[in-house]
Design a protein around this ligand. Structure first.
Ligand code: C2E
Ligand code: CA
Ligand code: CA
Length: 555
């Protein structure tokens, strides 16, 4: 096989005889060329150019009323560095020749003068010059020492990232890093050592960031990063701390161990600035703030955002430790039949004891957990605890007890949710029948084939599903139609108002009727008084839960 055998060539030529001649000469010139595509007019050429990539283009200049010259722009648009483009002409016309070159053609050939030899040279030469062009483009865009993006490409990427963010609504961070003591290394160990240091730091930076992040060296000892795909502000803190951490380990330079630190400034798009130049300025300002704090510090342009992020991050660390140290507890609250007061199930509610004999606010720390992957760890633990409890009861001969478990949307949507849940009941499959999964309506699940299948699969194993906090969400009824549910829990804010508000009473009555119509169990949440319990009973609400019966308690 010849060296051009994988080449794709496009010939745009409206005269069939001319095309056949060119094809023959081309085969004679370069042997088994990969594939030659023929476009016989301007329109079909446009379509080919827009939809396919070629390694070589031949364009006849006269294409009916149109000019092949005009196709050059369209080809160039498809590439960062376009492959060779050769113009063909019936006549030797100096002006067209010049124009072709200006538009970026690589050569200009007169049809009557074509020979195999000439084609072969053109082919070889233009490929070589293209190779060089690509190398030059790389030089213009990448930092020669470290291989990171250079300032000019970084600026382009920043503008692109802003456009993407405007479309997606996602925030991103611009981080400016400046080494604190690079000058010392350079002056005392020499430039080659300085270069080595920069190269090693670059590698660590690439290593400690995700593939979607952008890392650039702007010059000297200054680096810039774009951190994208971030869900919460507290993630920014984590990512920046990862970056700061790479400076903790000394770096080996010429068998010497060198410690360097950095100062980092962070500006967030769009919170801190909406255009590139301002974002750069603000992250620079933040970097100087960090320097002023002393070496080895980072600073957010927006301090308040930083504070909130820090508090959340701190809570996350503590929660993580609490899980590992087994400090979390489950309290249980009974769900009872309104008419008989018989207990039908227990809802497991998470508790995190604080140092003052009380508990942290569950809703608050669950929210933080939901914003990170901690919710998965917590979810695992809750399921395991509940299964353990069911087994203990079963061993004690108490067989008919059920437990309800709260599962948040992020947990339910995690890729391996089904496998995880299946694994909890693997050893004792009949446990599934005793477990109800409560899914809150506050942040509704996305109704998609995946979620519906997930529910069907788990229902098939025996799990029951309940819609939590029903009545205050947005998509209540569509939800019930799309998902195979077993029960609904009327939100406590409605229940607690049914004596005072006719609207809430009407809403409650309607939900009870809806439950009956769809054969779903209905549970009233937050029942605190006998009056409310009596009213609910008279409305034929079957089940209730609330302080009237019991607060959530350890078993
Ligand atoms: P939820 O699922 O709606 O749980 C009911 C909440 O109402 C509980 O708050 C419970 O203590 C409280 N409650 C029960 N009866 C009454 C009453 O009569 N009056 C009043 N005022 N409140 C009552 P808690 O334990 O603070 O939990 C708050 C939320 O945190 C839960 O709301 C649930 O969404 C979430 N949560 C709790 N445990 C877990 C868990 O293990 N996993 C997940 N993902 N979320 C959980
Ligand atoms: Ca619940
Ligand atoms: Ca609830």
């Amino acid at each position: 096989m010849g060296k051009y055998s994988k080449f794709k060539v496009l010939i745009v030529e409206d005269d069939e005889d001319d095309y056949i001649l060119l094809e023959e000469l081309l085969l004679e010139a370069v042997g088994d060329i990969g594939a030659i595509t023929w476009a016989e007019d301007y329109k079909s050429a446009q379509a080919r150019i827009a939809n396919e990539h070629f390694d070589f283009y031949f364009l006849d200049n006269r294409l009916g009323a149109e000019l092949g010259l005009d196709l050059i722009v369209e080809i160039k648009q498809q590439y960062e560095t376009a492959p060779p483009i050769i113009m063909l002409s019936g006549v030797d016309d100096y002006k067209t020749d010049l124009e072709a070159m200006e538009k970026g053609a690589d050569d200009y050939l007169i049809k009557s003068e074509l020979t195999a030899h000439l084609l072969e040279r053109t082919f070889r030469y233009s490929l070589k010059s293209k190779d060089l062009e690509a190398k030059l483009a790389k030089l213009a865009h990448y930092d020669g020492l470290t291989g990171l993006y250079n300032r000019s490409l970084f600026n382009e990427l920043l503008v692109k990232t802003i456009q993407q963010s405007e479309r997606s609504g996602q925030k991103f961070a611009l981080v400016t890093l400046d080494l604190d003591n690079f000058k010392f290394v350079n002056d005392n160990y020499g430039h080659p050592a300085g270069d080595q240091l920069l190269t090693k730091i670059s590698r660590r930076l690439k290593h400690s960031t995700r593939s979607s992040d952008i890392v650039a060296r702007l010059g000297g000892d200054e680096f810039s990063l774009l951190l994208k795909d971030v869900k919460n502000d507290s993630d920014f803190v984590k990512l920046v701390q990862n970056i700061m951490a790479i400076f903790q380990e000394p770096i080996q330079v010429d068998s010497k161990s060198v410690s360097v630190t950095t100062s980092a400034g962070i500006a967030i798009f769009p919170t801190d600035a909406q255009i590139a130049s301002e974002l750069i300025d603000n992250s620079d300002r933040a970097m100087y703030q960090a320097k002023a704090l002393g070496r080895n510090n980072y600073s957010f342009y927006n301090q308040k955002l930083h504070q909130v992020a820090i508090v959340k991050h701190q809570l996350e660390l503590e929660l993580n430790a609490a899980i590992d140290n087994n400090e979390l507890l489950l309290h249980y609250q009974p769900i009872v039949s309104l008419s008989t007061r018989e207990i039908i199930s227990y809802e497991a509610l998470l508790r995190w004891p604080d140092s003052k004999n009380g508990f942290r606010n569950t809703e608050e720390f669950i929210e933080v957990a939901e914003e990170s992957s901690l919710i998965l760890k917590i979810g695992d633990w809750v399921f395991q605890q509940a299964c353990l409890q069911l087994k203990i009861w079963s061993e004690q001969g108490i067989k008919d007890r059920h437990i309800s478990i709260n599962v948040s949307a992020n947990q339910f949507n995690s890729d391996d949710f089904t496998e995880r849940v299946e694994s909890y009941v693997k050893e004792t499959p009949d446990l599934a029948q005793k477990l109800t999964i409560e899914l809150t309506e506050r942040k509704p699940l996305i109704i998609s084939p995946t979620t519906v299948n997930r529910l069907l699969l788990l229902s098939g194993i025996g799990f029951k599903f309940s819609v939590d906090d029903f009545g205050i969400g947005h998509s209540s009824i569509s939800y019930l139609r799309a998902f195979p549910m077993d029960s609904i829990k009327i939100d406590k804010s409605i229940i607690q108002n049914i004596l005072k508000s006719n609207e809430d009473l009407a809403l409650c009555t309607a939900i009870i009727a809806l439950g009956k119509a769809l054969s779903l169990d209905v549970i009233a949440e937050g029942v605190e008084t006998e009056e409310i319990a009596n009213l609910l009973n008279s409305l034929n609400c079957p089940y209730a839960q609330g302080y009237l019966y019991s607060k959530p308690m350890p078993l």
